[in-house]
Structures are given as C-alpha cells and as structure tokens.
Write a new protein. Structure first.
Length: 231
C-alpha cells in the first residue's frame, strides 16, 4: 500500500514538471516575435530619426545664421576694443552696457558719427559692414541726444539718418520701422517737394530738435546705430 502511494506521487511530479518546462519555451518563442516587431516599426524609427536630423540641422545651421543678422552679435564680431559703463541694462539687476571704442552710447544703443562723407547708399553699406545700420530715430529723447551730438565742435554739417523715400513722400526707415508722421522732426518748411531729394539728414544748424532735412543722396556724413552689447 505504502509503496503504491509513493509511486503515484512521483509520477504526478514528473508529468507536471515536463509540461511546465518543455512545452512553453518553444511555442512562445515562435509566437512572440511577429507580435513584438510589427512590419511598420522600422519605418516609424526611420521617420523619427529623420525628424531628429532635420531638427539638428535647423538648430546648427539656421539658428547661428539668424543670430548673425541680430545687431548685438554682428557688432560684437566687428570690434575688438570696447568701452563699457555700469548703466544697468533694462530688465537686469546688474551688468555692463558696452559700445565699440569711439562710439557714443544712449540708452540701449551705440552710435557712430562719421568724420567722413559719402553717398546715402554707401553710408548704409558702411554701417552694415560695421554690424549696424543708419540710425532709426524712435523717440524724442533719442532725437534730442543726436541733435546735441551733431552740434559738438568738429562735427560735419549734415549727417545721414536711416530715412529715405523711394517715391516722394513715401518715407521708409532702413529697419522697416513704420514711419510715424507725428514722431518726425522736420525742420521748418520741410519736407518740401523736390523729387530728386530722397534722403534725410540731421542738419547741424537747424532748430534744437526739429532739424531733419531731405537732400540729394550724394555726399554727407552719417550716423550708424546698433544695439549696445550687454555683459
Ligand atoms: C566705414 O567707414 C569708416 C570711416 O571711414 C572706416 O574706418 C571703416 O573701415 C568703414 N567700414 C566699412 C565696413 O566699410
Ligand atoms: C507716433 O508718435 C506719437 C508721438 O510720439 C505717439 O504718441 C504715437 O503713439 C506714435 N504712433 C505709433 C503708431 O507708433
């Protein structure tokens, strides 16, 4: 009796272990592979990699290109000598505001007043070549600052600003700032009509504030402007 019972127990364990160990691995291996990697998965991975590549190319090539058009970076690259003052930059608690040596700072901008004269187009090119543009006057305070600068001794009679007209009366700022008639500082009697006078200067000996004159685009001094560099 006792030996029969022992035999039955051993047989039960054998069959149960065989069923558990041997059968499942083979059938499971064959069934799971096609479920884990559907045929479209490599395409999805390729697409994602492509998108990552496009994003990288955008970041590496396009971003630096658009930065180099930004004024502070362009200006930064053109000059080695700077003068900085401790004027606290807007929106910061501390820092320095820097302009290239020989340039004047007012608020967040640097200004170059030339000692030499050239055409309006060459003037704009010269400013661009220095990481700046012909000055765009956005406020009465800025106009006041520039008017005082041009009145200093040894300054030229006329300084080009970044305002010109393709057609008479159609005034355009070089940086596409919309022209605002009520924030213009024409000297008395201007703008008058001659249609060969399509460029604008600040005239040294006109009024204290209202000193814009439109002239021919030949040879005058110039004022370049760029955003100051914050460090
Ligand atoms: C712009 O003009 C100034 C003064 O003549 C000159 O020193 C400077 O090299 C010129 N810069 C460019 C980029 O033309
Ligand atoms: C135009 O200039 C006037 C005077 O400075 C100012 O009050 C007004 O807001 C300006 N308009 C625009 C559209 O900038």
């Amino acid at each position: 009796m006792a030996s029969e019972i022992t035999y039955a127990e051993v047989k039960f364990q054998n069959t149960s272990t065989a069923a558990v160990v041997k059968v499942p691995p083979e059938t499971k291996k064959h069934e799971r592979h096609p479920q884990k990697y559907p045929p479209w998965l490599p395409w999805l991975i390729s697409l994602l990699l492509l998108l990552v590549c496009i994003a990288l190319v955008t970041v590496l090539l396009v971003a630096p290109f658009s930065h180099s058009n930004g004024q502070p970076t362009a200006l930064k690259q053109k000059f080695k000598e700077w003068s900085c003052d401790s004027a606290v930059p807007e929106g910061k608690e501390e820092g320095w505001t820097c302009c290239p040596k020989g340039w004047k700072r007012f608020q967040g901008s640097c200004y170059y007043l030339s000692g030499d004269a050239m055409s309006w187009a060459a003037s704009e090119q010269n400013c661009t070549g220095m990481g700046s543009h012909l000055v765009v006057i956005n406020s009465k305070a800025e106009q006041d600052f520039l008017s005082k600068e041009v009145k200093k001794p040894s300054r030229g009679e006329n300084h080009y600003i970044g305002l010109s007209a393709q057609d008479m009366g159609q005034w355009h700022w070089v940086d596409q700032t919309p022209f605002n008639v009520s924030a213009a500082f024409w000297r008395e009697g201007e703008p008058s009509n001659p249609d060969h006078e399509k460029c604008v200067v600040i005239h040294r000996t006109s009024g204290a504030l209202n000193n814009w004159n439109h002239v021919q685009c030949n040879s005058h001094n110039r004022i370049c402007e760029a955003a100051a560099v914050i460090v």
